[in-house]
Ligand binder design. Structure first.
Ligand code: HEC
Length: 146
């Protein structure tokens, strides 16, 4: 309903020519809500990915609630018609989304870092086992020669 598209309620009385202030506010609010929703989805996706990789990110996951809260609050704030307060709520939600994304991202990085460490460790252990095997075989050969 919010916005300046033909189907938006605000467009009935606000456009570039009539009640322009309301038109601009409707446009800004719509943009802010859209960007909050986008950030929320992005954060949610990263949390899911980190979780699927078995990383501990319950804190970030918990913060998603605050983002949802901000999104719901922004909806009711539309009716206060105060662009400043509305922006405050949305900005807060966007800020928390960025934090969540950051935390999930670093959890995902850590996952790959650990996997990389595992590969290195496996290589070293294999190399050690191989040299031990060759060493034992050489010892056996020497014993037979004696
Ligand atoms: C039924 C007609 C109507 C609808 C629908 C409507 N408005 Fe308005 N709105 C008005 C009128 C009339 C004014 C007062 C005229 C003015 O100050 O420009 C106004 C004023 C405003 C103002 C204050 C402008 C100022 O000068 O401070 C804002 C903000 C506003 N509207 C936003 C919206 C938004 C956002 C929507 C959609 C959710 C909306 N309006 C829907 C008729 C409407």
């Amino acid at each position: 309903m919010l916005g300046v598209t033909p189907e938006a309620v605000c467009s009935r009385c606000h456009d570039e020519h009539q009640n322009v202030k309301g038109y601009l506010v409707a446009k800004t609010m719509r943009g802010l809500i859209d960007s909050l929703e986008l950030r929320e989805q992005g954060a949610q996706k990263l949390v899911n990915e980190a979780e699927q990789k078995g990383m501990e990110i319950s804190e970030a996951k918990f913060k998603l609630r605050d983002v949802r809260q901000a999104r719901l609050q922004s909806r009711t704030m539309v009716h206060a018609f105060s662009e400043g307060k509305f922006k405050e709520v949305v900005d807060n939600g966007i800020k928390i989304s960025a934090l969540i994304a950051e935390e999930s991202q670093s959890a995902i990085h850590e996952y790959y870092f650990r996997r990389f460490g595992l590969v290195i460790a496996t290589c070293i252990i294999t190399l050690l086992a191989l040299s031990l095997f060759l060493y034992v075989r050489r010892l056996e050969r020497r014993q037979k020669q004696l």
